[in-house]
Write a new protein. Sequence first.
Length: 307
Amino acid sequence: MSYTHHSRLPTAPGPYVLGVDEAGRGPVLGPLVYGVAYCPVAYAPQLDRLGFAGPSPLPLCAGPDAPQTPRLSRPTPAPASSPPSTPTPSTSAGPCASSGAHSPPCRVPAHRPSPHAISSAMLRRPPTNLNVQSQDATVRLIRDILDRGIHLAEVYVDALGTTTTYHAYLSALFPAIDFTVTSKADSKFKIVGAASVAAKVTRDSCLENWVFEEPLAAAPPACSGYPSDPKTQAWLKHSIEPTFGYPKLVRFSWTTVKLLLDKNAHPVKWTDEGQASLISAFESGKGPEKDRCAVTKNLNLISVPSL
């Protein structure tokens, strides 16, 4: 299942600046986490001294009151006394959401599509590629934050490839927000660096504490999840089930998984895919029966001018 997690609402006055980044696009194991970080525009310059610089897992809050790594593989329900503010499965405090009186006014929500959801989207017809899924997740997070009453003035988005089309798309959806869409944004803007750290820490925690639905699944993998990682390769070879393949931790749409299943799993024959009798039945006829396929002739089907 996919989840969206929100920190507690900040009390500092706006307007706010927001950064967007993701973690886990390449791995074959685990979720793809989209993280955002937002804080008041007036507070943004102070992010420099917190050490946000790219995707390295740096501490998200300085001082003894800093919260621990968020464990989002099992969402924590909101307290009964707190009214729900968004229709999401859970609400939990993320990094930089310390309840201490001197905690920085920075919040880091995250959207976590499951590996199953990612693969299902990529394998459907027509497929939904990762770029489109990324855009949908970004729009969802921005909408959620706006719906919570946060005034966003600036949004910085880390993106791959050509960014002009993506920039125009976001600007059309949210005309009141000033967007900056660029590659390597996590190293250019501290607010995106904060989002990058939040996304990576969340994904690492999800992978480390994954709870399998499948009773016979192997233990959570102690690896990065990337196909080139020898530990990931060893886990995939050890965890394959010849009939059902892999648990839902694995992204079935990845070529690495397809090759392993072709080599080590039971072969499957789809009798209704490319079956010779079906192909010949709908092929065009020849000679006097040209333009009529065999199935229409056998069923005595004819065209009528009107009903």
